[in-house]
Design a protein around this ligand. Structure first.
Ligand code: SAM
Length: 283
């Protein structure tokens, strides 16, 4: 955790009390808090650990039980996710050439991170979008103090977060990683300039609860950028999606997602096969 993230971090459940760093923390040379504890400023004896640079603000949230989500807790999945799958995923799913060289500039065009402020990558896995946003805002380890933007990656899988932090350090990017649920974001209200979710909407579980949290934490002119998959148009695709559905991955029709996003207004949307990119603002 980098100290500048603390202003945006909160206890994970209402009333979303502010947090402070307890005495005795251990720091890395780049200023990251490696080990220590955050405690609620209301002195309600709530403490949250920081270990190996990652803050655990899950706060007793119920862990998911779908096969897809359990898989994300396996260190082997965390190791292989970007190395073996992520770079090819959109090309395979969209039927178009869609490597990172096309995807990440699209993310930045929709997000406009040059606006500065706090950016979240929610259900971030290995932190691909967090790294793209950090690189775009020069939030590197050598950044001036305070850095131009504060980037926070959130996931509930510790193995994913450990790999994400290792990649961020490898790329010399200053990203705070937090263990938390997408449905109970440990973030202050109206504190966030941008929130990205790449590919996770299909497996997070209760989407409406996540959208309500996204609405709560976004600034009035903040942006939410989603990349997600929708129901296939052909019967073979739908049959494959039905099988994946038994593992906990959901492929709703696009109209269902639109209906669930009632608290947002659309800014942009493009569809490539079953892959949809969109940008939204609080209504
Ligand atoms: C498809 S992967 C994410 C891919 C990543 N965003 C990217 O662009 O490479 C799904 C991730 O969502 C996380 N996840 C699933 N449900 C979650 C929830 N309710 N809260 C937080 N993280 C969740 C999983 O642990 C997993 O790392």
């Amino acid at each position: 955790m980098y100290p500048e993230a603390l202003a945006a971090l909160r206890c994970p459940h209402p009333p979303h009390t502010a947090l402070e760093l307890a005495a005795g923390a251990r720091y890395a040379p780049d200023g990251a808090v490696l080990d220590g504890r955050l405690r609620a400023v209301d002195k309600a004896a709530r403490h949250y650990p920081i270990r190996d640079g990652i803050v655990d603000l899950l706060g007793g949230a119920r862990l998911p039980l779908t096969p897809a989500q359990i898989t994300n807790y396996l260190p082997l999945t965390a190791w292989g996710y970007e190395r073996l799958w992520r770079g090819h995923a959109l090309t395979l799913l969209s039927g178009e050439e869609f490597g990172h060289a096309r995807e990440l500039p699209l993310l930045c065009r929709l997000m406009q991170p040059e606006r500065g402020g706090v950016y979240l990558d929610v259900a971030c896995s290995n932190g691909l979008y967090a790294r793209a946003l950090a690189a775009a805002t020069h939030a590197d380890l050598l950044a001036a103090t305070p850095p131009p933007a504060t980037i926070i990656g959130i996931d509930h899988s510790l193995p994913m977060l450990r790999q994400a932090r290792a990649y961020a350090l490898q790329h010399r990017l200053r990203i705070t990683y937090v263990r938390a649920s997408a449905q109970a974001l440990p973030i202050a209200g109206a504190a966030v300039a941008g929130l990205a979710m790449g590919g996770s909407l299909n497996e997070i579980g209760d989407r409406r609860a996540f959208f309500a949290e996204a609405r709560r934490v976004l600034e009035p002119h903040g942006r939410m950028v989603l990349m997600h998959l929708v129901q296939a148009g052909d019967s073979i695709g739908q049959a494959v999606q039905a099988v994946l559905g038994t593992g906990g991955i959901d492929f709703p029709p696009l109209a269902t997602i639109h209906a669930e996003l009632g608290q947002f207004k659309p800014l942009d949307e493009t569809q490539h096969g079953v892959v949809v990119f969109s940008a939204w603002q609080p209504a």
